[in-house]
Design a protein around this ligand. Structure first.
Ligand SMILES: [Zn+2]
Length: 242
């Protein structure tokens, strides 16, 4: 009897500690005790992949954009969107939203989400916020447009709507998230920056930086302030610039 009680106690302690990151019966990755160093437990690609994101873009080492990688953005459309806290970031799911085209292939905007500081760096500089606009082609390929934000006086109208509507629906025009000039960007092949760290993702980091107000940053970071993965080795990849 005593032995049974003791084993129940031990079992409860083990269960209790692993329950910290458990939700719906599954261990969940995060940015803390199950952070980036442990993501290999969720997907081997996070550790073994040779084309991982994010990266530190060294502007001196970039090469000119190959014409076939030219980015054509068509985001000017009013759409319904739902704002959710996905447990790792604030994410805005869009339906029948804008699209981008690369070399004749279309990718539709399926969602965008926010990282409390930029994941990608430019010449080792981290920005105050980044929005990742995730686009998907009919055959399941992904292309992500990264919009960097720097704290400034101007509020971003899309972010204002997002902040005050977490858990409900909004109407937005994804183009309002973009800087006026989208002709200049960096392009490289990378991965998802969260498990399963899937590769073969087309990355476009826009050179023009948007403004986010101090109050907006504070409101966003109230949810997530360190949900950014450290930069990953380039492993000889080309980073193209236009
Ligand atoms: Zn992201």
């Amino acid at each position: 009897m005593k032995k049974t009680l003791a084993s129940i106690i031990v079992f409860s302690i083990i269960l209790g500690s692993s329950a910290i990151a458990k939700e719906h019966g599954e261990i969940r990755w995060n940015y803390d005790e199950y952070g980036p160093k442990h993501w290999c437990n969720f997907s081997a690609t996070c550790k073994d992949g040779k084309a991982q994101s994010p990266i530190d873009i060294q502007t001196k080492s970039t090469i000119p954009l190959k014409p076939e990688n030219t980015l054509i953005l068509n985001e000017n459309v009013n759409v319904h969107a739902s704002v959710v806290d996905n447990g790792h970031a604030i994410q805005i799911n869009t339906a029948n939203a804008g699209k981008l085209t690369i070399n004749g292939k279309d990718y539709n905007l399926v969602q965008f989400h926010l990282h409390g500081k930029s994941e990608e760096k430019i010449n080792a500089k981290q920005y105050d916020l980044v929005a990742h606009m995730v686009h998907k082609s009919e055959d399941g390929n992904l292309s992500v447009v990264a919009v960097l934000f720097k704290q400034g006086k101007q509020e971003n109208p899309v972010l204002s709507k997002v902040i005050s509507n977490v858990g409900s629906n909004i109407e937005i025009n994804p183009e309002d998230l973009l800087p006026k000039n989208t002709d200049h960007y960096y392009h490289f092949m990378g991965s998802l920056t969260t498990p399963p760290c899937t590769e073969n993702v087309n990355w476009y980091v826009l050179k023009d930086v948007q403004s986010v107000s101090k109050a907006q940053l504070k409101a966003i970071r109230k949810y997530y302030n360190h949900n950014y993965r450290p930069v990953q080795p380039l492993n000889g990849r080309d980073v193209e610039a236009r």
